[in-house]
Design a protein around this ligand. Sequence first.
Ligand code: SF4
Length: 492
Amino acid sequence: MRGDGQLSHELLPGEKGPQDSCGVFGVWAPGEDVARLTYFGLYALQHRGQEAAGIATSDGEKILVYKDTGLVSQVFNDRALSSLPGDIAVGHVRYSTQGGATWENAQPTLGPTAYGTLALAHNGNLTNTRELMELIRERFGKDLTGELGRGSTTDTAVISHLLHGDEGESLFQTAMRVFPMLEGAFSLSFMDETTLYAARDRYGLRPLVLGRLESGWVVASETAALDIVGAHFVREIEPGELLTINESGIESYRFAEQKPAGCVFEYVYLARPDTKIAGRSINVARGEMGRALAREHPVEADIVIPTPDSGTPAAIGYAQESGIPFAQGLVKNAYVGRTFISPTQTIRQRGIRLKLNPLREVIDGKRIVIVDDSIVRGNTQRAVVRMLREAGAKEVHVRISSPPVTWPCFFGIDFATRAELIANGLTLDEIRQNIEADTLGYISHDGMVAATGVAEERLCTACFTGNYPAPIPTAANITESAPLVHSPRVAN
Ligand code: SF4
């Protein structure tokens, strides 16, 4: 289902790690089966959201949407796709926490506007939602405060309402007026009856790329989704840019001055390894992180193993740099997704075996280096270390290809509450003891940034540093004296 199976943080049923943001897709291609193209695009973006999926299409006169909770392959079948005619489509895969996995919260959203119909797919997280709700209340007399705390549902409802527009205003005019008012992260794919639009916030926090089909254009969260539909990568949609695509061609407009700050966690964990961001292969970047980790935290050991599958490229890099042989020591069940039947408490206690199983013949009697991409609460790593020891490991050395996560993300990634982050308040040695490892090493901030190939000033690294590139919600209290109780906004 997903290229790299980046679900290692969910090894323990009920254990949450950094949860992916959503995936968006859009296509304008007259004469093509745009519903099916979107289906395959969403399939490639499944790792960005597994709770709901949806596709909207337009035949030039009316827009239809089909969406439901579940994986792309569960939501759609031939009949559903055949019921979606047209030349334009937008699609969405959703991850949610507080918004709940309900049909209402699935996207694309669909609604009437001053100019026709709007279908909208959104990835990201706004940080001035309350102010925007006040604006909506004043302008449209609509009170959305009941939506607060419902995850991205709130953001998407806010953007949809603001894009309603005024009488005589086109969707393009409305978007150019509204987007400068939005703070935080948004990568959007949306459409009216005749035009496909794509827009990215001024920081470019979440990725969004443009691709070319023989007969049209594609926009997608990741280049891997262009590959799957046979589209050629053209370029990234720039921070602060709005694209319009219709019969008249493709046009680019700037609604805000760009202040690039792409999410470094896309390189560490979120994006597929076969995706490229800023021209850099994610697989190459992760391998480089592993090499830097080996230089920064060498250790005598017999084998290097990954926490499958997200730790694999970094583990290969660590093995190459250190000269310690790479091995697969843990087997992952790729078919345990979010939708599996919840285990009872008794089963939960044994739950990790649902997703990972050790290869005793590889591990027994060995000194192991295990490489993972990040530690959030530490529960998963502790369980893995115990599992390796039970399988006969003589020593377990944990290496992490990102620095300690100490700050919450307000831009679309749901890590945990700040109080729950294991690196917040514990020393390195206390974390090591907590996860029961013999040694523990995190890559340095500089090592991680260098591996991306992107200048530090063009990246967001706030969850490691607390230096947020964009305003964060004013209601959020992230001081030490009053630690954040809940990340106020979550992934969509
Ligand atoms: S805070 Fe972290 S996860 Fe969030 S956008 Fe910045 S780098 Fe990415």
